[in-house]
Design a protein around this ligand. Structure first.
Ligand code: AMP
Ligand code: GLY
Length: 433
């Protein structure tokens, strides 16, 4: 058989809503052979076989993939990237989607990301980094006003404190250096505070060609009106109507410039590259980069995408992304996250979930699982903070939003908690922010 149309067995690493959305798209491809997932969640086992291995262990992943004729390893979350799983798979000649460790540092170290941005001339908040608490406290004292304090390394979205005054900033600095965010807090960044609407732009790249995906807007705070603590993301919509064509061009150009700068530095980036932007009065500025698909952005972006995802991912790995075609539905997508009461703090698990089939019977509605599991009796129960993402795709933004919330209303579990204002920013527009 022609190697360009041969079916490939795929091992997907991860267990979130993002991975469920990736799996659904991979399963749609005519090139998808056997599908495996490690560790997966309660909604993925109808599409893929569960594999019992540590997704962040380079040796376990490569050994299993080699033994099972895997032709594509897809790395969903950041932790395996930061452990060098992509490097190990590529060394073992297994085609892999996701950047190698050196490139993934663009997410793993905020300081490294800022340095690359500086060298590439990318607009971002002014910053300084500190490795000792005393000088960091002195610095935020001197600013004596609003600023943003960030733990340098990975902190699962928790190591960012947007401080409105010097006291809050000092509290953030102390939290970072106290070890609350683990190793992530041993180096701390203090940043200028920016304002404006936020927009995520995910691109696919093989290190040379950059293909932008549709824009999306996450809702990071836990409660209505963007209040409460930061979370992994409580809901998302795509595309983002308030982004102007000029802003989109600038964002794409920034992503291209960073990929080119990394390549020039001998760090080719292969995979999904995520830019988190703030659309300021001076133009889009970068808040952060991630080395992977966003969660929940993926649950709103992928359902509108027309492409053979297996083909596209293999092309990223091989450096032939320029040969791939990607197009988009004219529809809109809105995705609402259902979380467990208490998230992002502590929450209970093991609560039976009902109504998913009813929600999915609605036109255009798909329910992506995140923190779900099957209990000993085979019942679907909650097992995490973010439990499900209810995505609706419809010809108008309002219809997509309504349909998503209709789906949310049909699903139930003890402690179900969600934001009721996902997508309101798109309806209110820029002045309503
Ligand atoms: P990050 O993980 O760096 O994207 O930060 C998480 C969230 O904190 C962002 O989505 C923003 O809402 C907010 N944030 C981060 N950096 C800044 C900044 N420089 N100015 C204002 N808000 C920020
Ligand atoms: N939704 C934010 C992220 O994936 O980092």
């Amino acid at each position: 058989m022609d190697t360009t149309t041969r079916k490939v067995n795929i091992l997907l690493l991860g267990s979130g809503g993002r991975e469920h959305a990736l799996l659904a798209k991979l399963a749609d491809s005519p090139r998808a052979g056997e599908l495996y997932v490690a560790p997966g969640n309660g909604g993925m086992f109808g599409l893929a076989t569960r594999v019992d291995l540590d997704p962040a262990s380079p040796t376990e992943v490569t050994a299993w993939a080699l033994a099972h004729d895997i032709g594509l390893v897809v790395i969903g979350p950041e932790a395996p990237l930061m452990e060098g799983v992509a490097d190990a798979c590529r060394s073992a000649k297994i085609p892999t989607f996701g950047p190698n460790l050196k490139a993934a540092r663009i997410e793993g170290s905020k300081k490294f990301a800022k340095q690359v941005m500086g060298r590439a001339g990318v607009p971002t908040a002014a910053w300084r980094s500190f490795t000792d608490e005393k000088s960091c406290l002195e610095y935020v004292g001197r600013i004596d006003g609003p600023c943003v304090v960030k733990a340098d390394g990975l902190a699962a979205g928790k190591g960012v404190i947007v401080a409105k005054d010097a006291d809050e900033a000092a509290e953030g600095v102390r939290a970072c250096f106290s070890g609350e965010f683990g190793e992530a807090g041993s180096s701390v960044l203090v940043e200028e505070i920016l304002s404006g609407p936020e927009c995520s732009l995910l691109v696919l790249t093989d290190g040379r060609t950059v293909v932008p995906l549709a824009t999306s807007q996450d809702h990071k705070r836990a409660y209505e009106g963007d209040t409460g603590p930061n979370t992994g993301g409580m809901g998302v919509y795509s595309p983002v109507p308030l982004v102007t064509p000029a802003e989109l061009d600038e964002m794409v150009e920034i992503m291209e410039r960073v990929v080119a700068k990394l390549a020039a530095d001998g760090i080719p980036y292969s995979g999904c590259f995520y830019g988190g932007f703030m659309l300021t009065d001076e133009g889009p500025k970068v808040l952060e980069f991630n080395a992977r698909f966003g969660d929940p952005e993926t649950q709103a972006v992928l359902p509108r995408m027309h492409a053979d995802l297996v083909e596209v991912m293999l092309a990223c790995d091989r450096g032939v992304l320029d040969r791939c075609m990607i197009s988009w539905d004219d529809d809109w997508a809105v995705s609402v996250v259902l979380a467990s009461a208490g998230y992002p703090g502590s929450y209970e698990t093991g609560k039976p979930i009902t109504g998913i089939e009813d929600a999915e019977a609605l036109e255009g509605v798909t329910v992506y699982h995140a923190g779900t599991a099957l209990d000993d009796d085979g019942r679907l129960v909650t097992s995490g903070g973010r439990v499900l993402a209810v995505t609706a795709v419809a010809p108008t933004f309002e219809a997509a939003r309504e349909r998503a919330y209709e789906g949310v209303g049909l699903i139930d579990f003890d402690g179900k908690f969600f934001r009721t204002d996902i997508g309101m920013k798109a309806i209110l527009g820029r002045d309503g922010q």
